[in-house]
Design a protein around this ligand. Sequence first.
Ligand SMILES: *[C@@H]1O[C@H](CO)[C@@H](O)[C@H](O)[C@H]1NC(C)=O
Ligand SMILES: *[C@@H]1O[C@H](CO)[C@@H](O)[C@H](O)[C@H]1NC(C)=O
Length: 389
Amino acid sequence: MDKGGCLTYALTITILTCTLSLFSFHHTTTAQEDFKIRQVTDQNHQTTTAHGGDNHHNHNHNYLGTPAEHRFKSFIQQYDKKYTTREEYIHRLGVFVKNLIKAAEHQALDPTAVHGVTQFSDLTSEEFERMYMGVKGGGDRSPLLGEVGSHAPPLEVKDLPESFDWRDKGAVTEVKMQGTCGACWAFSTTGSIEGANFIATGKLLNLSEQQLVDCDHTCDKKDKESCNSGCKGGLMTNAYNYLIEAGGVEDEDSYPYTGKRGECKFQPDKVAVKVSNFTNIPVDEQQIAAYLVNHGPLAVGLNAVFMQTYIGGVSCPLICGKRWVNHGVLLVGYGSKGFSILRLSNQPYWIIKNSWGKRWGEHGYYKLCRGHGMCGMNTMVSAVMTQTS
Ligand SMILES: *[C@@H]1O[C@H](CO)[C@@H](O)[C@H](O)[C@H]1NC(C)=O
Ligand SMILES: *[C@@H]1O[C@H](CO)[C@@H](O)[C@H](O)[C@H]1NC(C)=O
């Protein structure tokens, strides 16, 4: 994952920073930071100068006693955070302040969503990426033709409903929490199988991510360095290949989630659902909608850079790298009425299930605008077929 994940992330940051400088000059100056911190922290329109940091180096100590620290303290309470030493506290305060600035920047770039303090506001970008994402590489993963996982044939798109949501039909399990383990790919995989199994059998089961975390070391056929490796990342298409070989996936009760990579304890006689095939969906978002409606919830990879600060609304950033896919999620539906200030129209959006618990986003879900290949959400989409014996 380091190869894919961190490298790609560094590129994303560069692009964002370049773009941001058009909006905000150099946000390294203290005055500029103060301004932004006040924008984010000052709910009561106080006019105090944030901190006495006319020193350019901006040691984190300078944030002590500022409105930003006040905000940090309520964050600690709200999310029940614990820092064992004073040093850790001061370090996390510094990170928190950077994330306040980042939230303000995201807000400026993504005005139709709400960005702010989340449970991840004390993590650096690198920590966040390492702990909460975990899709390796990105871009085109088209398989060799004629094999398992070939490209799907185009579907008719004329009669698609205006809006659609698999949650209403009972095909989606509760939002889960991957914890500090980069196993998003496993949650995206189980989500798509849970949906396909529900549609085939009428039964909704929670399926085991831990089996994938512990047992799946499958590598991508075209890129031998993209191998599934537990909490360090993986790919949903690798996981389907593993499950086809292994004979299926157990359910959550028989193989519960621990959030840590452990020894493989897969028991073939406990298989709950068998996987027979999967298919890559074309990048055309009308096709994605058609597959979603006709087939079930789809596994999707995207660039999660705006998700660290996301609170709600339709995310439709001015710029979001399409090629740096680093997070696996589940597409469960779409809507048509999310108003976009930016584009001055009703912006169609996707409904995306995440695996960061229900306290994140809109009860665990993310809305992303539809029709722009936003954040690369159309580049790594797959559907799975289950086997009913
Ligand atoms: C798997 O799905 C692909 C694409 O839909 C199809 O072309 C292929 O024949 C299927 N393979 C098997 C073994 O069913
Ligand atoms: C899945 O697990 C969650 C959390 O344990 C539970 O609340 C939910 O009822 C389960 N869903 C199904 C369909 O078993």
